[in-house]
Design a protein around this ligand. Sequence first.
Ligand SMILES: Nc1ncnc2c1ncn2[C@@H]1O[C@H](COP(=O)(O)OP(=O)(O)OP(=O)(O)O)[C@@H](O)[C@H]1O
Length: 563
Amino acid sequence: MSYTYIGVALLQALSWVLQVLLLQRFLDAAAAYATGSIGFRMILLSLGALALMYLFYHVMDGLGNCYEEIYGLSVGKHLNLMIFKRVDSLQVSEFEDTKRLDYIHKAVNGSGKLIWIGTTLLDILFYYTTYFVFIGWYLFTLKPVLALSIVVVFVPVMLSEWVLMSAFKNLEAASAPIRRESDYYEQCLTDKKHLSETRLLGATAFFENLYTSALQRLNAIVLRTQVRKHLVQLILNIVTVIGYGLIVYMLFVSVMKQEISIGAFAAVLASIGSLYRFMNKLITERIAWATENIGSTENFLDFIDEPVQRTSNMPKPADSDIELKAVRFRYPLATRNAVEEIDLIIPNKQTLAIVGENGSGKTTLCRIIMGLYPPTAGEVWYGKVEASRTSYERTSAVFQHYRKYNETIRENVRISQYSKPADDTAVVSTCEEAGVLLSGEGVKEGLNTMLGREFGGTDLSGGQWQRVAIARGLFRDSDYMILDEPTAAIDPLEETRLYNDFAALCRDKTAVLVSHRLGSVKLADRILVMKDGRIVQDGTHEQLMSMEGEYRTMYEAQRKWYV
Ligand SMILES: Nc1ncnc2c1ncn2[C@@H]1O[C@H](COP(=O)(O)OP(=O)(O)OP(=O)(O)O)[C@@H](O)[C@H]1O
């Protein structure tokens, strides 16, 4: 693909140069015809050749544009795949850091721009350079000093673009966080997820103000850089126009002294004109655009170059105890630790429940146990392997904030075990275990029912979506199962049935279950009670009920409510 693209660029440049030579030949022929030294047929021949070259150039131009599009799409696909792979190798905890998020956004943004910087470079190398070399040679053969015209046009423009490069890199760095902010406010105003609440709360004006203020800040920094850009370009244009004027003057003097023919004079005048247009287009459009965007492409290249933290061939622990040693975790920019001094051994195949009030650190502890968040201090081990260095292949989870995929029910469940051959019987039986309805109103197509409104599918209730998420977690072959409030949206009858099923399903796994419903954690082998990021109680239901403490207080409070 790139060879064809390069070939077309070369032919396009050559046809430009040939047009100049053929124009000179045609004009010289016209002058010779006027003196009667050649016949009319010769003029027609040189005009025909000129016209053919003109047509050829335009065919090459069209082809060049087509190839640029196709090349852009194909390179874009590869760059995006590189980004996806790179993001997949990051620690999930990195996404908690807003600075890191900005950096990742800038890198993703830069991948799209790299394509067009790449095509600009190819064009410079094979199209513009060919054109300038041949036109330079042509001018040199006419009169050596004329070849200098290329330098006169070229140098000031390159200098100015070099100055602009750093300005645009700084612009990218300053605008990324504001862009993320304004995108978020835009989402609050237009996204389906936020719309009902924003409308009901009457918060539209609130978000509009925030959006407007973010855009004003963005515009102010963009404006400063653009003013600088246009000032620099103005200076460049003045210098170039003076150079252009000097060349025309030199040509005029040469023709007066009869050093060059009238045909050469006209052809050079035209070629200098096109040289100027070429240079202007190259520098003020292509190179200027590339300069503006080189900052974000550098981000992309730096991002791709970072040392890989997670690879596809990391060890897969099975049948190991999980050990947490003096673990602490603090979210980026947070002022206090979310979990503190956790020393914990979860023996292989134990079912552990974690309870505690809101914000006590249950979800954070689950993420640390899974190896998704490396602790800020302390260590987590799966047998002899450090948790963040293990593969997640043998771990399954149902998250508190599960995802609703706009896919069929089959894909929504199978996605957790995609390497397994598609087996509808297994998917159906997991759906039954999780209580996912596969017939009736809204799910008429069974496993093929498309879920989510995005692509015209059925939207489910919160509880029904949660059952799909549970099915997804259960479908995955695993030795470690994390269930973080898996039934918060599910009705009490179904919830009781599910907890009994979980107990049976998790019997041969190491399982961690977070729940606020204390009645449902009784079945666990062991219960941890968390408060302010620390484990304050640890024991079986019976042990914890037999002593004073958080657990008994919470349990009694919930029991009273139901009596
Ligand atoms: N992304 C985050 N950035 C900063 N702080 C966070 C983040 N997520 C949680 N926290 C803080 O960490 C602490 C523990 O939160 P965590 O979600 O682990 O609690 P939890 O016990 O699971 O709460 P809940 O029962 O409400 O789900 C809280 O103080 C919370 O404010």
